[in-house]
Design a protein around this ligand. Structure first.
Ligand code: NAD
Length: 399
């Protein structure tokens, strides 16, 4: 029998994943997209042709695959019919809408995968699914497996160079009995690369979410900005200076300290996989970095980042930074604020994260922290564990 897969979303990642999955003989793929008229548009485009997926490997060689989902719809009941694996492949702010839509149609022994989960995925999913969470498995991957983009909506997408390895963690519900292996099934769908590596627990993967990278760089770059427009768009990663690299490194230290403290407080927990961002770069972009001598150099010389610039808005006088881009709108409430929440529960001070959140929340017109406490009026709209009633270390690990 064919494995039934549901891909939620209609963007870059959803195009790529659904085409990869549909090109396998043993799977049947549904796509659920609730956004605007995406489902109708994609359905029409699919009538007479497959989606073309161009895969560019790291050595520059290109392959093409042609396939299409059996169903693209906005109707959650139809989309959910018989599915065994559900992938959410949308920006984190859209997760809630999908969790709420699928909950009434949810069957036991389903695997639900955040691709990527982004920080707080499991807290939110378990809260919305309620008791049903005990009957399923909730997995989350630390990033998308590739850089990718749509070239023509509903018709053509591109995958650019898969990474070497990618972490996954999952929470298996107390009564969940999946009739298939978790990691091997996901690996089958995405292909041989990146190699999916199991991380011991979901809190570790929350502390490793890559949403921690952008805010320190933004803050370091713009905290003393004089407000004058720039004539060029500055490089984001490859333009990193010592101050920005140091901020990033210190945030990483605070996350590792949080992991270590949780290990001390809670017996049997292994957080050793929460690695420093510098070590992560050296592993993850093994073949793409030419100078690995320090974090700053590693980022400046990472080919995967060629040409990527700061989010900017073009004005008549030049470029000004866009502080309402996903590096803040997504990476603060679904990133640093979640990590701050976990650190607060662990009892670890995070002065550098606090400083960055305080700056970013002003730009966003939000209040998550007051001083060094996660007690701002907008905490409820972020995905910190506290927003879902989790307040102690035991509660974090009671899954
Ligand atoms: P995307 O930007 O293509 O997502 C857009 C899609 O999200 C839309 O097509 C729509 O289906 C949905 N959407 C947008 N606005 C919505 C709204 N207001 N309400 C409901 N749905 C809405 O996303 P992507 O590039 O596929 O990335 C998915 C996730 O992976 C993101 O968290 C992103 O940060 C991360 N990521 C992406 C890449 C990449 O190369 N594309 C690489 C690494 C990580």
């Amino acid at each position: 029998p064919k494995r039934r897969i549901l891909v939620c979303g209609g963007g870059n990642g959803a195009h790529c994943l659904s085409t990869l999955a549909a090109s396998q003989k043993n799977s049947k793929v549904h796509v659920l997209t609730l956004f605007q008229d995406e489902a109708d548009r994609w359905t029409k485009l699919c009538e007479d042709s497959d989606v073309k997926l161009t895969i560019t490997d790291l050595d520059g060689s290109q392959r093409e695959q042609f396939a299409k989902p059996t169903l693209v719809t906005k109707d959650t009941e139809k989309a959910m019919c018989g599915v065994e694996i559900i992938f959410l492949v949308v920006p984190a702010f859209a997760h809630e809408q999908y969790f709420k839509a699928i909950e009434p149609h949810f069957q036991p022994n389903t695997l639900i995968v955040g691709l990527p989960g982004q920080a707080g995925f499991e807290f939110q999913c378990r809260s919305i699914l309620g008791d049903k969470a005990n009957t399923c498995t909730i997995a989350s991957l630390e990033s998308l497996p590739w850089a990718c983009r749509i070239l023509e909506f509903g018709r053509h997408a591109q995958i650019l160079g898969a990474k070497d390895s990618l972490g996954i963690s999952y929470i298996k519900g107390k009564t969940c009995k999946l009739p298939f292996p978790i990691v091997a099934s996901i690996q089958d769908i995405i292909g041989t690369k990146p190699k999916i590596e199991e991380i011991q627990n979901y809190i570790a993967i929350n502390l490793m979410a890559k949403s921690m990278v952008h805010p320190p760089i933004l803050y370091g770059k713009w905290k003393n900005w004089d407000g004058k427009p720039l004539q060029n768009e500055p490089l984001f990663y490859q333009g990193i200076d010592e101050i920005q690299a140091d901020l990033l490194s210190q945030v990483s230290d605070e996350l590792i300290a949080t992991g270590k403290k949780l290990e001390q407080v809670k017996e049997g927990i292994d957080m050793s996989q929460v690695m420093h961002i510098y070590d992560w770069y050296k592993t993850y972009y093994k073949d793409q970095i030419t100078d690995k001598s320090c974090l700053m150099k590693a980022m400046q010389t990472n080919n995967a980042y060629d040409g990527l610039v700061h989010p900017m808005i073009k004005t008549e006088d030049g470029y000004v930074p866009n502080f309402n881009y996903r590096y803040t709108t997504e990476d603060i409430p679904f990133g640093l604020v979640v990590m701050k929440g976990i650190a607060e529960i662990a009892g670890v001070d995070t002065p550098v994260m606090d400083e960055i959140i305080l700056w970013a929340q002003k730009k966003l017109g939000k209040e998550y922290i007051v001083g060094s406490k996660l007690s701002g009026k907008d905490v409820g709209t972020a995905r910190a564990p506290q927003s879902f009633g989790l307040k102690t270390v035991d509660e974090l690990f009671d899954t």
